[in-house]
Write a protein that binds this ligand. Sequence first.
Ligand SMILES: [Zn+2]
Length: 480
Amino acid sequence: MEFRISRNSSCPCGSENKYKKCCESKITKEQENYYALLQKSSVIKNKLMACMSNVLSDEQMDFYSMIYHGKTIKESFGEEEFAGFFDWLFLLAKDEKEDLKFLEIIIRDFADMFTSLELEILNEYLNNTQVGFFKIVEIYSDEWKVKVREYFTKKEYVIIDRKLSELVIKGDVFLSKIQKIGEGFYFSGTGVLFDRYKILQIEEEIEDVISQLKESGDNSLYEKYMNNNIPTLMNIDFKIPDFNTISGESLKMCIGEYKVDLNYIQEVLHWIDKVDDVFELMDCDFENNGEFIFADASAILREDDLKKYENESLGGIILKQEILYEDGNKFQFDGKINIKKDKFEIWAQSEKRFEFLCDRVDKGIGEYLEFVGEKKVDIDELDLLENDVDVDEKDFDKNETFSKGVTNEYFEKYYINWCDKKIPALGSITPREALKTKEGREKLSDILLDFENTELHHKKNGNEFFEGSKVIREELDFWN
Ligand SMILES: [Zn+2]
């Protein structure tokens, strides 16, 4: 099947010039095919929509919409969701009475609406579409191509898609559909980007399918499952993995509130300043008349606090990065003290650490404090906390510089140490040991690519992050 671009249409390179005045002479056959197909697709899509309104009533459309994403057509918001729905409706949903896919019905009943070439394309859509989790393996943006590998079947495809080749990052995993049309492979509709932890949960979810597949050596079993279950896969309720604190416990924001006797505020501050194995007094302020306003101190981390952090299945480096940066600097401390006027607070991000800090404070300056109450909040309830606790912007900024310093130093050490830790994802050998075998290097490379992928997304989104992958690569001198 060959498609030609009309010489007067806009150029596929995105320049907005006419094709004949732009890339006509330098474009490859494949690229021309891809773009002409894109142009054709929008014509075909409009015809399909027109046919569909003859096949289904508004009520029936709502019925299918409810199946797809639990919303009526009107309620569905956002074009992507909408586009995904129509894609599903044509390719995967079956008419209840006829047990045919709607596209089959349209091809049967409305053939005269389409040209013979369009019908050929529609038949390809129908018969050569495969849903899967596709991992980006290689990107060739000059050629508008991306090499992907299906996560479970390991089948590789070279996808032709200019925008995709510009947008994706190596290591991204998409839930999407691949279509073979003529000689080319194309992504169809919208892809959903998947975090690695979600893939792991999906793996559990479809474990039966996968294990049967492995036994029988039959990929079609899995592929059939994928093609029939896309709404299920889209609607899985993913559990956020157990996030750990730097000291290895599950994350919980704990706040203890006290009243401090302002007559002894100098003693209190002096004590905080003195116990520099636990607290570091970062800032304090008095008004001109000597009246105390605020102080803050970080509960700092010592080498022996830095316990094992690995999340077994993730090789230990991905989630940690995310959680520490997820909600700004308050996650970057293991704990801290805030004092505003006579309100004295101890914050910690795990119960154990909280108890430890409260105990130290109690022994040191307990006589100047009066207990008011305490709060312990799980990570999934953190939104509530946001509204509950008033954080002075000014204090926040002051903490930031300090916290960055502490965190960067901590990360640097963490990633250097990581190189000599036994990592489950590497088969419980250390990254340094993994370098010695081809298999080890491949696994390590995979982990690092995932990690870099996360970092690149942070970068693209303008988030601040620590380039841990760079530290690891430098430490191991590993630059595959
Ligand atoms: Zn051009």
